[in-house]
Ligand binder design. Sequence first.
Ligand SMILES: Cc1cc2nc3c(=O)[nH]c(=O)nc-3n(C[C@H](O)[C@H](O)[C@H](O)COP(=O)(O)OP(=O)(O)OC[C@H]3O[C@@H](n4cnc5c(N)ncnc54)[C@H](O)[C@@H]3O)c2cc1C
Length: 387
Amino acid sequence: MAHVVFAGLGFGGLYTLRNLLSDLPPGTRVTAVDHRDHFVFTPLLYEYLTGELAGDVVAPRFDTLLPADQVERVEAEVRVVDLPGRELWLGDGGRISFDALVLAPGSVPAFHGVPGAEAHGIPFYSFEDADRLKTTLRVREWAGGERPVCVVGGGVVGIELAFALAEFLARAGHAPGSTPVIVLEAMGEILREMSAGLRKLARRKLEEAGIEVRTSIRVLEVDEGSVVYSDGGITRLEAAAVAWAAGIQPSPLLEGLPAERHGRHGVGVERTLQLPGYPSVFVLGDAISYPGRVEGDPLPDTAQAAFQQAEVASKNLRSWLEEGLPRGEYRYGHLGDFLRVSRREAIADIRGVVMDGAAASLARRAAYLFRMPDWTIRTSAIRQWLG
Ligand SMILES: Cc1cc2nc3c(=O)[nH]c(=O)nc-3n(C[C@H](O)[C@H](O)[C@H](O)COP(=O)(O)OP(=O)(O)OC[C@H]3O[C@@H](n4cnc5c(N)ncnc54)[C@H](O)[C@@H]3O)c2cc1C
């Protein structure tokens, strides 16, 4: 009986697994390992922060998503992927051997060696991070004072987070402008990965929301309640909270792999998503960089890319199990970008067509509804969005 093991159940791993289960080759044993007990639909973490969507939609538990009679679930941290020995070494000392492996451990926040950033900055990558940010803001509010909330990083996550924080503060009863949200960006421009049209609209919306953006800033240090930065001179900015959205790096799990790495990106894989030299190992999501070993623009680290790869990975895994020959090739297709502004507003760039307002918000919700793992979650999301 072939034993297929999944390491990491995010957009890459979970969607590959669920696709595979829809037509599982007979005689296949499946084990799924993740150190969490829930999936995180990261594009909707902002809605969780603002209270628009609840945890059952944004972070559904794996036991509601994976049938226990088909999948053996292991809640543990994978510490080592031993490819020659075909084993995963777990943090609790356990080992799991595999015939085929789907490896999709995603990314971790990058702190770039900035002193105090890891200890005092609050990343925004997990459900727990969103809770920590909410709690910090509530505690600081209770302790009094109207210091600004600072977001380090003016990429998509930083800017969407700034909008969500402004909304969170308004809902908590802060008068407009009384507790400003300030974005600190290292480069001369925010949202560099987005189109010029989307960027221009975002700039306008940020201004309307009273969010201040400071560019060409080098953050030097973060400590309890302040951030020190250089913009020519040195400034210490007192802050109610410092949210850290200054980039990500691939999971440390990739470090020990006998695989080609590309700088700060993931590993190189074949277009079939197989790891070169290890045909029974499929790698996807943020953990990969250039499928087909074509260097140039690395794949974007997005759920959109991972979701597309999951289609190919599940088909190839099935045909590998049945015939020993994966056939599908992965090629990235960019469908569009969304940026959430508020409960009712978003900005969208769909194949070059830029729009904003309620129409963009609806398009964004429709796109994410389509990608949600099942109808129970979709129905809850619709109810909560309408409520
Ligand atoms: C706030 C936020 C908003 C985003 N918004 C968008 C968006 O709007 N659109 C978009 O396309 N992309 C978005 N992204 C990016 C998107 O979340 C990632 O690109 C995507 O999740 C990558 O999928 P993945 O499967 O590689 O990793 P993940 O989805 O991160 O899944 C990795 C899984 O592996 C598990 N894991 C990791 N290490 C281990 C280990 N050692 N042992 C056991 N388990 C482990 C984790 O618990 C997790 O479940 C956003 C990201 C963030 C943080």
